[in-house]
Design a protein around this ligand. Structure first.
Ligand SMILES: [Zn+2]
Length: 282
């Protein structure tokens, strides 16, 4: 979970530059996001104390505040050095519900991007060192690029979730390729890195999807083993516990802060540490 000092310094510099840039953004929405992060002082410093009666060093943060969320994050064992998983030799993308690894890690993924974007997420991800993979629809990514770039700078990785969020199963190769490559092209232009992972909308896919995803640059297509919604983890497997390699799915929805916290607690309860998919799928 911990970043190297060099990386953290690089990220801080990048983030400060980004905040300065985003403060100049023409869009009022973008400026509002930048202000909200800037108001807590630049990451990773501590937000100003609340204006209530003289806080003591032992004062507990108000429930629901960013400080509170950060204070609730469990302390994880150090992440093991990633051992990348084996990929198919040729011609198609891998498909996994759970990564084939015995390492004591699980993966947090956040989908879509068009519905809601809680403003404190980037700083939470930064402050608590939460490795997150974002599967974005490219129009939402384009409309709210500053928001997602802030999470990227805080340590998140942007991956591909199509353009229009339509089910791909049973559709032609041409249609699927247009949806996957079109989003990959746009996300690469917006975030400076071509996606190497793909998640089909609703998880619905067929062999054509794996072929098209491969042809658009994806190494793997990801389903999931748990969903998290409104602060509650729902297990899709009989074990009812997060297992090594598991993939937890949540969305950019209003309760995302609670969902992140619930996922972190479930991963911690299982004796695992959150990790980045791209450290394991290379
Ligand atoms: Zn989706």
């Amino acid at each position: 979970m911990s970043a190297t000092p060099a990386r953290r310094i690089r990220v801080v510099v990048t983030l400060l530059a980004l905040l300065a840039l985003s403060a100049c953004a023409a869009s009022a929405g973008h400026t509002a996001h930048a202000r909200q992060i800037a108001a807590g002082q630049p990451i990773p410093s501590t937000p100003p104390p609340t204006p209530s009666a003289s806080p003591s060093p032992t004062a507990k943060p108000a429930p629901g505040s960013l400080e509170w969320y950060v204070s609730q994050v469990p302390t994880f064992p150090g992440a093991p050095p990633p051992q990348p998983v084996l990929l198919p030799a040729t011609g198609t993308a891998a498909f996994w519900h759970r990564l084939p690894t015995d390492q004591k890690v699980a993966f947090i993924t956040i989908d879509d991007g068009g519905l809601a974007r809680p403003p404190a997420v980037a700083e939470f991800v930064w402050r608590a060192h939460i490795p997150v993979t974002m599967f974005l629809n490219s129009p939402a990514a384009e409309e709210h690029d500053v928001y997602f770039r802030q999470i990227q700078v805080a340590g998140g990785v942007v991956e591909n979730h199509t353009i229009n969020h339509t089910s791909l199963a049973g559709r032609s190769y041409g249609y699927q390729k247009q949806q996957i490559c079109g989003a990959a092209d746009k996300l690469e232009a917006l975030f400076g890195k071509r996606p190497t992972l793909f998640r089909p909308p609703f998880g619905e896919h067929d062999s054509t999807t794996l072929q098209a995803a491969h042809d658009c640059g994806a190494k793997a297509v990801l389903h999931w083993t748990e969903t998290v919604h409104e602060g509650k983890v729902r297990y899709q497997t009989p074990e009812k516990v997060v297992r090594p390699g598991d993939v937890l799915l949540m969305h950019f929805r209003p309760a995302l802060m609670d969902d992140l916290l619930a996922a972190l607690k479930a991963i911690h309860r299982a004796g695992l540490t959150p990790a980045l998919l791209t450290d394991y799928i290379q």
